[in-house]
Design a protein around this ligand. Sequence first.
Ligand code: GLU
Length: 491
Amino acid sequence: MIVTRFAPSPTGYIHIGNVRSAIYPYLIARQSGGKFILRIEDTDQARFVEGATELIEDTLNWLTLEWDEGPVVGGPNAPYFQSERREIYATWAKKLIEAGRAYADPTPAEEVQKFREADNAAKIPFLFRNHRPAAADFTPEETLKLWEAGNPIRFKSDPKDYSWHDDVMGDLSTGPEVCDDIILIKKDGLPTYNFAHIVDDAEMGVTHIARGVEYLSSMPNYLALYEALGLERPHFLSLPHILAPTGNKKLGKRDGAKSVTEYRADGVLPEALLNYLACLGWNDGTEQEIYTKDELIKAFSINRIQNSGARFDETKILWYNGMWIRKIHDEQGNDALYECTQDFWPESAASFSDEYKKKVLDIIYDRLKTLGDLKTMTNYFFADPNLDMDLLIGNKFLKKLSERELIDLLSAVIDKLNSLKEWSADSLQATFNELLETTGKKPAELFSLVRISLSFAPFSPALHLTCEVLGRDATLARLNAVRSALTNDLH
Ligand code: GLU
């Protein structure tokens, strides 16, 4: 059975690259009927952030990446917080101590720093094993005493060549120069990532480790630990960096990449973010771009993960989001899309009914890039717009008409709409067509005048639809208000 895991550190910020390290293992587990574990790697107390675990859980739930074992849901390998697994790491560390493969290191930090500086000055790479203390050869009993006295535990490395297979990067190998006496258990009694993840993956039966390529350089030390602990190597999948929009560097906060929380707050749909990130560095060899989660589960394959960095492109996220907004509307219906919009209406919409907001959504959804656009694009459906007469008079079609002509044109529209029996999209459309004939004005002139009078916005949906949703009273009141303003101007 395939077992994968997502093992984030609770730092309070979920970079989109981190999410890809959750999506791929999730897809791999689901497509094989395997298991996906969530494990919280919280051994770095200095980086601990209140609420960060909840943020991780909430984000995975939002993306519908449900985990089979982990916080909240529990499981046979509980606890799933590394900070609660000290005894487990101690047991494994003792195995190494018994086997003469780990020692308690009494070297003071300042001393280590001196070694480092001396090696730097001599231009030789700093490796702690070149400064191994006498304690490295103590008996297990002596070592345990030194450990109890508060010294960290180090691995006693046996430098040699390593070769291994990475499911993404291919066959790799290194020489002995990278093997070192790495710290396994820190002074504070908590394990390092290097040690803890190996113990946990083994205990939890993880078969496939997918993580950022930055861990690749430590692989020889991990391989040495698997060997010393008598563990089988799992599959390794090193996921390439996500690259900044330009240049050849890793995507960072400064390149405009937002956290998942920010994209969510902007009104990016989880379906869109999942789709975008899954396809960032993976494709199934076809032209397909839009995938539901189920389609991703079917189509995903490890051997089509790219081994070079994928470039981040925010316009692509917005493109996916627009596609998903329309997909949900067209396949699941306007009501289904409306369910996703709750947090995104302008304040002015608060007192309006769901029915009314649904109507607004139904005529504007295909112009939304994010749900957050509702805030800026729909205000005039809920409150009378400010009469920005310069915007109206300066419009490129309307500036050819005199104020008198604008007033007359508005009067013709008002009269006609006043006498309209049935206020429906169809009859409104027919009315505007008739008005084109009776007034002899160009469509751009008539429609711009009415559109701006109703919305004073740079964009609004088709005129007959806007009028229908606004209703007779609001439509006529706004047209009248503009006519009065123009008339006052004339006097
Ligand atoms: N805790 C590590 C991180 O957040 C996880 C690396 C791994 O998946 O093993 O980067």
